[in-house]
Design a protein around this ligand. Structure first.
Ligand code: RIB
Ligand code: CA
Length: 313
């Protein structure tokens, strides 16, 4: 029986890679893809979700949730990494805009429709998850596991010296989700940053004559150029795809039950994920945190997942 999955994302090139893997994986039933502002503003994130799904034309179409801007709109974006349009300036067209519900409503609907069965893969700021929990608090007990790409535990941040981008974009929502009575796994930069991909990845992408290959070959090269220009790196990370691997292959990760929280103020510390590892910590543990990973195996899962997407598209 395929595992029901909601993917909440802010495409974003690495979000697009994770979507290409998930939408063709027979182990998954992606019931919804919900857009959230982060790498790009809300409206652009929604258009990008629609464009990616149209381009991939997967065997089963997920419902699409629309991101809505918030008064706590992210004060940053990641266009310097993902391009002005969030997808490497690939200029993907959207043929028709399906009538979309707000992302948080879709999350509540799908969780209510299958209590305990829906995993939510969070690949952007946690705005929609916090809104869904606020809209319908009872769904906390009905949600399957939240698998969250975000945070930095023992490593440096990527948007400030100590904060990771997804958490930094909406720290208040992240704090609400960390403190919520949900089952959650955090996949922080500590592990997503260990899987690195050299330019050789471009030869391993599916053929341009496949729908998945056509999309990936339009957007992934931009990430290499951005990493070199902005970060001085010759290899890239595909953070969101590693988080998907954590959902599919948890055996590749070492997790620890920690007491986690999020700093929501502070000129230097906003968005920092804080873990109380003292023996006296209360509550003991509210989030499973992945701190170790078989990085080579995770990278191989990503390359194989993309190849499989190519074979089906
Ligand atoms: O810090 C990496 C995360 O921020 C990824 O999800 C990337 O897409 C951006 O959203
Ligand atoms: Ca993302």
């Amino acid at each position: 029986m395929p595992r029901k999955l909601i993917i909440d994302c802010d495409p974003g090139i690495d979000d697009a890679v994770a979507l290409a893997m998930a939408l063709f994986d027979p182990r998954l039933e992606v019931v919804a893809v919900t857009a959230v502002a982060g790498n790009v503003p809300a409206e652009r994130a929604t258009l990008n979700v629609q464009a990616i799904i149209e381009q991939l034309d997967p065997p089963r179409y997920p419902r699409v949730g629309a991101a809505t801007a918030s008064d706590q709109a992210p004060s940053v974006n990641a266009r310097h990494i993902h391009g002005d349009d969030g997808l490497g300036n690939a200029g993907l067209q959207v043929s028709q805009l399906a009538r979309q519900h707000p992302s948080e409503k879709l999350i509540c609907d799908e969780v209510r429709a299958a209590p305990g069965e829906v995993t939510i893969l969070c690949l952007g700021p946690l705005t929609n998850i916090a809104r869904a929990l606020s809209r319908d608090p009872a769904i906390a007990a009905q949600m399957g596991r939240l698998i969250i790409m975000g945070g930095a535990v023992n490593c440096i941040g990527n948007i400030t010296p100590s904060a990771e981008f997804n958490i930094f974009c909406d720290p208040q929502s992240a704090r609400e989700v960390f403190r919520s009575p949900t089952s959650k796994t955090l996949v922080p930069l500590d592990v997503t940053g260990q899987a690195t991909f050299s330019l050789g990845l471009l030869e391993q992408l599916p053929s341009e004559f496949t729908r998945a290959g056509k999309l990936l070959r339009k957007v992934v090269p931009f990430l290499f150029r951005a990493y070199r220009r902005e970060l001085g790196l010759e290899s890239i990370h595909i953070h969101d795809a590693v988080a998907l691997v954590a959902a599919l292959h948890p055996e590749l990760f070492g997790t620890h039950d920690l007491a986690g929280d999020v700093e929501t103020s502070g000129e230097l510390t906003t968005g920092v994920t804080v873990f109380d590892r003292r023996e006296s910590a209360r509550p003991r543990g509210n989030i499973e945190v992945a701190l170790e990973v078989d990085a080579a195996a995770a990278a191989d899962c990503i390359v194989r997942g993309l190849a499989d997407a190519g074979k089906q598209s």
